[in-house]
Design a protein. Sequence first.
Length: 265
Amino acid sequence: MPQNPPAGPDRLRGHAQAVAARAHVPYSRAPVGAAVLFESGGWLAAPRLENASFPLTISALQGALALAATAGAAPVAAALSRPLTRGERALLEDWTDGPWRLAAPDLAVREGGAAPVVGAAVRLTLRLPPPPDVAGGAALALAAADRAHVPASDFAVGAAVEDGEGQLVVGANVELDGDWSRGLCAERTALVAARAAGLGPVRRLYVACVRAPGGTPCGGCRQVIAELAPDAEVVVWRGTDPPEVTTPAALLPAAFGGERLSVGQ
Ligand code: THU
């Protein structure tokens, strides 16, 4: 047993700070991480993922809340690697439909929630039995749609991301009822999960629109995929085998990239 293990809030802060190292912040150069804690003691963390099209940036807290929603868990505390903004406090209240208070500038706790006791990370990664094949990944994306939280659309989408080592994570779309703009598509949730879990460069991104086998990644996701998974194969479930296999460049020709953006220089 270690002497004086860090108390709950410090451990949650530590997870937020550690995941910030996985941020994609070529524009601000200001890494941010967020960690959310559940009553069970389980926790999830996510890094900030910027995009050359700034409004498509996924904030660390938005990413962590999306992962929590796909895990079916309600956060009772949240730590940031820097002080929370007013917008982040509002996001917590809107997302969980209840009041939160700041226990410290970088730590919010849900009113009436238990004192944070930080246990084990919620596991994000999995592997497919070898040999890795696109049909197996597409089936995984289809199954991941069960994790969707879609009170607004009732349109569940599942996704999975695979790296070059055969490690996978899954994601699903999440929505805030009454505010359609702050949820995340399945592809983006899976990309957050991949960065959060420390996967290497994306080899394949799988997507399955359960209710619409003809569905393909939306324009916003194409822009995010082009930046975070430029060399990936994009595998689209079509309701039949084999799935469609395409590329980010084919999905988004002449994409707006960040090469000419210079912020804060
Ligand atoms: N959606 C995705 O998850 N991926 C896409 O590429 C298309 C749209 C979700 C977002 C929203 O939750 C619902 O489908 C309706 O737009």
